[in-house]
Design a protein around this ligand. Structure first.
Ligand SMILES: [Zn+2]
Length: 196
């Protein structure tokens, strides 16, 4: 009667961000660079936007939402949410709740969502590609986040928000500097790969 445990289901958003995007980038960026030159502005956009998305994660996802290290006004929360969405590291709710569990169970292999004891691959990437039980959203450790309107809005509309935020940030910069494709490829794609 004991059927073998089914393999954890694949998380397609993570597979897209962590596996498909790098493959697309590996093909598209050299191909584009061969036919056109990237503008200096496109390179600069990559570094500046890397700073923007990193700040969304460190100041927003990590310090504000996971650890409640400080209080933020509504406009600041919205700005940090947009910057963090631009980093494509899943929703604040999922990330911050998982991070709290990680801090609580760093030595408990089965409950830590990204335990290093399950190996380097699992701790860094593997835990994200399948929906393992330890990583299953259990928001019991995040009642404050469940009441946060900015957090819940982002969680509900995560995928359309990721697309909208990328369009709203990358396209105006691309038009302003006259290199839309360069900014999309370096400020968008290449930046995401460097930040992941
Ligand atoms: Zn932490």
């Amino acid at each position: 009667m004991n059927a073998p445990l089914p393999k954890a289901p694949i998380n397609w958003i993570a597979v897209f961000a962590l596996v498909l995007l790098p493959i697309i980038a590996l093909i598209a960026i050299p191909l584009y660079a061969y036919h056109h030159d990237f503008s200096a502005a496109a390179w600069i956009s990559m570094f500046v936007l890397l700073g923007v998305s990193s700040l969304g994660i460190t100041a927003g996802y990590h310090r504000l939402w996971a650890h409640r290290a400080y209080e933020a006004t509504l406009p600041l929360k919205i700005i940090l949410m947009i910057m963090g969405t631009f980093a494509v590291q899943n929703s604040i709710l999922f990330w911050a709740s998982g991070h709290r569990t990680h801090h609580r169970h760093v030595d408990d292999v089965d409950q830590d969502p990204y335990s290093i004891n399950k190996g380097f691959w699992y701790a860094h990437i593997g835990w994200m590609l399948r929906d393992y039980p330890a990583g299953a959203p259990n928001y019991k450790n995040a009642p404050d986040l469940l009441k946060d309107k900015v957090v819940m809005f982002q969680d509900k509309y995560y995928v359309p928000l990721v697309i909208a935020v990328h369009a709203a940030i990358l396209l105006p910069i691309g038009w302003a500097v006259g290199d839309v494709w360069g900014v999309l490829l370096l400020g968008g794609l290449m930046r995401l790969i460097l930040s992941h």
